[in-house]
Write a protein that binds this ligand. Structure first.
Ligand code: SF4
Length: 84
């Protein structure tokens, strides 16, 4: 009986870890794509430390792009189009 309980717990934990891994990789992939739309100065002026930090923040809140003062013109339009 004990082995069945342990196996069941191990199976449930495995499923949870697989789901978490899928969700985190999906977010990471999206952040990598968003990064291609950012200026790439890594100045930290947005408050996220780098363009990678900003890209990660944009996966959670698509309105934070306004914190980057260098996002303008066509670059800004392309980012907005991707986010929407
Ligand atoms: S302010 Fe813009 S260019 Fe500077 S790190 Fe943030 S996203 Fe990159």
């Amino acid at each position: 009986m004990g082995i069945i309980i342990l196996t069941s717990i191990a199976f449930i934990i495995s499923v949870i870890l697989v789901v978490l891994d899928i969700l985190l990789n999906k977010r990471r992939t999206k952040a990598e794509k968003i990064l291609t739309y950012l200026p790439g100065y890594n100045c930290g002026a947005c408050g996220y430390g780098s363009c990678s930090g900003m890209a990660g923040a944009l996966t959670l809140d698509k309105n934070v792009y306004s914190k980057c003062r260098f996002l303008k013109g066509e670059m800004l339009e392309q980012l907005k189009e991707y986010l929407n």
